[in-house]
Design a protein around this ligand. Structure first.
Ligand SMILES: NC(=O)c1ccc[n+]([C@@H]2O[C@H](COP(=O)([O-])OP(=O)(O)OC[C@H]3O[C@@H](n4cnc5c(N)ncnc54)[C@H](O)[C@@H]3O)[C@@H](O)[C@H]2O)c1
Ligand SMILES: [Zn+2]
Length: 388
């Protein structure tokens, strides 16, 4: 046996700005200039079609911003627009379409793909970029609260296949991530709220102080006030990046996936509801299921459980959806999420639970009857029985 260790080192860069394409904003230029070798660095910009409506000058601003840096940076074509939203991850034909654009413009491993859009679009483009030429440098510009605080700052990409979330995908550290808060302004309320739940999630598993901070600003978060929202996203992004960089398992080779607290239900619920329930909404419900479950099995105190459910509700999320109870035979389909979660990770079933705010544990078994009990409790909580 010839065995040699292979060490690779990556820098994971996440920067925050407002108005990345306004003249004089050097944040993106600074990220791109970290690439070794002389310029001009070649860049292909791909934009989520959903972003354009609320940002009418975006495509022109991108072109002008690059023109002003002629000689250092070369935008190889006018920004290319593709559909975004979960539907783009369900449409395989978009993968070869993006490969075609990459191929047509001669984008190689020394060039950049700049992806501007929501988490779904970034997952699609990230996957296409990771597989073209075995991996092209990717700069992500997440445009939703959820992707700025969570998905967009991670190292994963992928699209849905066989009716399963993220079945095909890759791990790759992006060259850089530019979180531009100005994009959040054009988001519909629902999408603006979504990022708050991932902030609560990461606070629950890693940072009690941040959790307390989120509680203190719950009113402002519910009202989607800019300052509170940006603060929550910034800390959420930082905690996600810290976890990825320091947990010792950035590419999830083990069976544990603590950043996916509440996600075994969430992924299945999104799919069962045909994506009517968005990712953030599904995570709120998924966490609620796991919290009530934890209380029922004596892992979490009743006080802590109630405290977290109240925060989730206070910032504007439901903790139950009727599709949780959709049945196939005697059992809710949602239970199949457990097996799919295990299958996706490989190895033993590993579910992250939260015994107390700010701390996580991994369990390898979930008692189906107690999960059903948690579902029933949440159903009642959402629709309290009318007094006779
Ligand atoms: N790769 C990861 O590690 C990771 C982590 C968490 C979530 N995700 C994935 O992210 C996806 C969810 O991402 P999301 O919550 O960002 O939603 P999304 O990407 O589905 O976007 C929601 C909608 O908003 C539009 N949009 C995006 N930015 C906009 C803006 N600034 N103004 C107006 N409209 C805008 C999009 O076109 C889309 O129609 C899911 O597929 C989820 O699985 C991935
Ligand atoms: Zn998530």
């Amino acid at each position: 046996m010839i065995e040699r260790p292979i060490h690779l080192e990556f820098a994971h860069r996440v920067v925050f700005t407002r108005g990345a394409f306004t003249p004089g904003n050097e944040v993106l230029g600074d990220v791109l200039s970290r690439a070794p070798g002389g310029g001009p660095h070649r860049v292909l910009a791909l934009v989520d079609g959903g972003v354009i409506g609320g940002n009418q000058t975006l495509l022109r601003d991108i072109s002008q911003w690059f023109s002003a840096r002629d000689g250092e940076l070369e935008l190889v074509a006018s920004p290319q627009v593709f559909p975004g939203g979960e539907a783009c991850k369900n449409d395989w034909s978009l993968v070869p379409e993006i490969w075609s654009v990459i191929n047509e413009h001669g984008i190689d491993r020394h060039s950049f793909v700049l992806a501007i859009g929501g988490g779904a679009f970034l997952d699609l483009v990230g996957f296409a970029a990771a597989t073209a030429h075995r991996g092209i440098r990717l700069v992500r510009m997440p445009t939703t609260s959820l992707s700025q605080g969570d998905g967009g700052v991670g190292v994963k990409s992928g699209v849905n296949f066989f009716g399963k979330k993220n079945w095909v995908g890759s791990f790759a550290v992006p060259f850089g991530v530019v979180n531009d808060f100005a994009f959040l302004r054009s988001l519909p309320q629902r999408a603006r709220r979504a990022g708050i739940i991932e902030a609560i999630k990461v606070a629950l598993i890693r940072d009690r102080e941040f959790y307390v901070d989120l509680e203190a600003t719950a009113g402002a978060l519910r009202a989607l006030e800019e300052e509170a929202l940006e603060r929550a996203i910034r800390r959420s992004a930082e905690l996600h990046v810290d976890h990825i960089a320091t947990s010792g398992d950035p590419y999830e080779l083990g069976s544990a996936r603590p950043l996916d607290f509440g996600h075994w239900v969430a992924h299945k619920l999104e799919q069962v509801s045909a994506f009517r329930v968005g990712h953030g909404e599904a995570v709120a419900i998924g966490m609620a299921v796991d919290l009530v479950y934890s209380r029922r099995i004596g892992l979490m105190s009743g006080d802590d459980c109630e405290r977290v459910l109240r925060l989730v509700e206070a910032v504007g999320f439901d903790t139950y959806d009727p599709d949780l109870d959709r049945r196939e035979g005697a059992l809710p389909v949602i239970l199949r999420g457990l097996e799919e979660f295990r299958e996706h990770l490989g190895g033993d079933l590993t579910i992250t639970l939260v015994p107390e705010i700010g701390r996580k544990v991994e369990v390898n078994e979930m008692d189906r009857a107690e999960v059903l009990g948690a579902l029933a409790e949440l159903r009642e909580r959402q629709a309290p029985a009318v007094a006779p």
